[in-house]
Write a protein that binds this ligand. Sequence first.
Ligand SMILES: CC(=O)SCCNC(=O)CCNC(=O)[C@H](O)C(C)(C)COP(=O)(O)OP(=O)(O)OC[C@H]1O[C@@H](n2cnc3c(N)ncnc32)[C@H](O)[C@@H]1OP(=O)(O)O
Ligand SMILES: O=C([O-])CC(=O)C(=O)O
Length: 451
Amino acid sequence: MKDEFMMYKLSETVKVTSKISTELFEKFNVKRGLRNADHTGVLVGLTNIGDVVGYDRLDDGTLQPVAGKLLYRGIDIDDLAHCAQKEHRSGFEEVIYLLLSGALPDEDALRQFSRMLCESMALEKQTKIAIIDLEGQDIMNILARTVLEMYNYDPDPDDTSRDNLMRQSLELISKFPAIIAYAYNILRHSAKGQSLHIRHPNDNVSIAENFLYMVKGSQGYTDLDVRVLDLALILHAEHGGGNNSTFAVRVTSSTGTDTYSSIAAGIGSLKGPLHGGANLQVGRMITHLKDVIKDWTNAQEIDDYFAKMLAKEVYDRKGLIYGIGHAVYTVSDPRAVLLKEMAKDLAKEKGRDAEFAFMQLLEERAIHSITHRKNAKTKKQVCANVDFYSGFVYDMIGLPKEVYTPLFAMSRIVGWCAHRIEELNFDDRRIIRPAYKNISSPVAFTPLKQR
Ligand SMILES: CC(=O)SCCNC(=O)CCNC(=O)[C@H](O)C(C)(C)COP(=O)(O)OP(=O)(O)OC[C@H]1O[C@@H](n2cnc3c(N)ncnc32)[C@H](O)[C@@H]1OP(=O)(O)O
Ligand SMILES: O=C([O-])CC(=O)C(=O)O
């Protein structure tokens, strides 16, 4: 038997053995996707870090959709984002301090903290060599592998005491920008034949600015670009304990494993197209839609195409419109609202109003099409999520698609670290270990010669 046929045979067998009928989930009251029947998440933990609000629960137990709110340690992200922008200073460092410690820094503390992060941004020689060695097409995979490699250079990698976790968190948060920037520059060099730049981070500039500098050089960005990236970093930093990547970090942390293994799990989760990887999928989808939709202002033409997408007849045949829908948000995702505001201003500045108007119409028609789709099992209200406008914003400040999802990780590493510290520090913590009911019947063993 040829190896290819063996693989085909194995896969065909799995087609049958992996089938589990939906009725069985209902029969055994299994919370598919750890979700209740009303789509809310099963309550599996408590946290002091982020609060994601998408609905109110009324006295009769039903849900009332509300405009989305996101709080970091009790503080509304609208306030964090608008205040930093109004004061013309970077806000991401303040958010890191807040999420990790639980309180806002005063001016002195913020200055010292920002300097500390900046000074720890440069990568050790071994890490740089590891990134060059790990040449590959996907920066999320390079990031995960680099993080795993960093275990070897840590003098105390397995110590899960709070002090050590804080040290490791600050190291990882400060080093992600250089890892991503260098990995992209190496990819650009090897895949596109461009010159290779390994720029040392600058002292006394924000994380957002340092990232742009390391990717594009000092002539390659403007003050506005820095402000835009800083906003994106503020908005992606944390999303409660239940989002898939943070939960992956909490699940792995609950075993007592080391920080690098746990963060690599978070990166793997975030890469998925239903989670952080959706920003890349939105970019691809919009490029496709710009091509196939002849009249960018024609709602009917868009509706017709979306109907075919939802019916899995065109595009990637997954039946999804990327950047739309959310497990918690219903009326709006507050991050998408802020990114959309930013996208509108930027589009005006960069002469891309027609594209912005097209995106806005796509958003409106996507929500309409999902709400009115054929054979819908539920009528849950959907809205644009954080990934809908982020790629467009990155594109307008000249960032390549290869870094869209890594930028999400560069920010979300903060939430992951805060949750890992929390997971390893509350009283009476336990290993996370839910149950799977086995539904197969017992099978008698058949000796090899009799099969
Ligand atoms: C940072 C982030 O992770 S944000 C999310 C990024 N992901 C995406 O943008 C991918 C597209 N979106 C989706 O796949 C989903 O909306 C998710 C994964 C984000 C949320 O999934 P769920 O919470 O399981 O969806 P939910 O239960 O609220 O969906 C309700 C219904 O709307 C449908 N729906 C929701 N979003 C979409 C979508 N984008 N395209 C098509 N149908 C959708 C669901 O299939 C479901 O249909 P059904 O009732 O007929 O079964
Ligand atoms: O909360 C979720 O399920 C996904 C999300 O928006 C995030 O992690 O930012």
